[in-house]
Design a protein around this ligand. Structure first.
Ligand SMILES: *[C@@H]1O[C@H](CO)[C@@H](O)[C@H](O)[C@H]1NC(C)=O
Ligand SMILES: *[C@@H]1O[C@H](CO)[C@@H](O)[C@H](O)[C@H]1NC(C)=O
Length: 289
């Protein structure tokens, strides 16, 4: 009796197949570029379906296209992760790009589908409208700052460029060769959205306009001024300046002032001496007379 019931129970399950969670109700998920995202899809009864497929809506053609790790946009970036549960059909997408945003569907044979709307937040550059001005010294270093408003977002690609004043064109900076050999380095301080460039051993030729550029024409501009930085030169200039000014413009006046002061002091001294002599003379007079 019990065995029959048990067999019937199993039989019912097999014929039912997978019962999809979230069937017919779209799920909204937001993730950031560079991160990974898990698109959930699973059978509530842990029963594996006969067949299933992940598809994404192509907004241009209005057709659902298969999401495949074999080719195209998702090559080597998608994988099924079931966490050892056969009814778990979830899809993991890694290294998200802004193009990954859109409508996904987990289609299960005989059980309908689950829809997921994925929004991928990309890098928006901080300070795009204003040029940043930086001053540094020759031989020193400068941090050309460029970062995404949300430091957790990571742009797919970005380049640092410098204005060539001869051609009036921005040219890419590369740390491995030429003028910048071993002098430039990307420093992100562990934030994927920090795209800053550190330039060291600065020379006067390093001064000029720089830009940090992202796909989609997003840019940040920086004007770097490199000043003569040797301490010896700075000090000698300062000394010359402080000595020249009083000598050239105010040499006559102080000495004239000084002679007048000396004259006044001398006169006062004479008056005082005269007073003392007179007082003593009168005193002597009164004593004798
Ligand atoms: C499906 O597997 C993924 C990856 O192991 C796990 O994160 C997720 O929680 C699982 N979903 C269910 C409903 O078990
Ligand atoms: C980017 O990284 C550099 C180097 O670690 C750090 O000095 C700078 O403050 C960082 N910028 C931001 C916005 O976090």
């Amino acid at each position: 009796m019990l065995l029959t019931f048990y067999l019937l129970f199993i039989g019912l399950h097999v014929s039912e197949g997978c019962t999809l969670e979230n069937r017919g109700r779209p799920l909204f998920i937001t993730a950031r570029t560079g991160e990974s995202v898990l698109l959930p899809c699973y059978c509530t009864d842990h029963v594996p379906p006969d067949a299933f497929l992940w598809v994404k809506e192509n907004t241009d053609s209005n057709e659902w296209e298969e999401v495949s790790s074999e080719s195209g946009q998702y090559r080597d970036r998608v994988q099924l992760v079931n966490g050892h549960s056969p009814g778990n059909l979830s899809l993991l997408i890694s290294h998200l790009t802004e193009e990954d945003g859109g409508n996904y569907r987990c289609e299960v044979k005989g059980s309908g589908y689950t829809d997921i709307r994925l929004t991928v937040e990309g890098c928006n550059l901080e300070k795009t409208d204003i040029t940043q001005y930086i001053t540094a010294r020759t031989g020193g270093s400068a941090l050309l700052s460029c970062y995404c408003t949300d430091l957790h977002t990571k742009p797919e690609t970005f380049t640092w460029k410098k204005l060539n004043t001869n051609t009036n064109m921005y040219e890419e900076i590369s740390g491995g060769k030429g003028q910048y050999r071993d002098r430039v380095q990307l420093v992100n301080g562990h934030s994927p959205g920090n795209l800053s460039l550190l330039m060291s051993h600065l020379t006067e030729e390093d001064g000029g306009f720089y830009l940090c550029e992202l796909k989609g024409n997003k840019r940040t501009y920086i004007k770097l001024t490199v000043e003569e930085g040797s301490t010896k030169t700075t000090t000698s200039t300062a000394i010359t300046a402080s000595f020249q000014t009083p000598v050239s413009t105010a040499s006559q006046t102080p000495s004239m002032h000084l002679s007048i002061v000396i004259l006044v002091v001398l006169l006062l001294g004479l008056l005082l001496l005269g007073g003392v002599v007179y007082w003593r003379y009168r005193g002597t007079n009164r004593h004798t007379g």
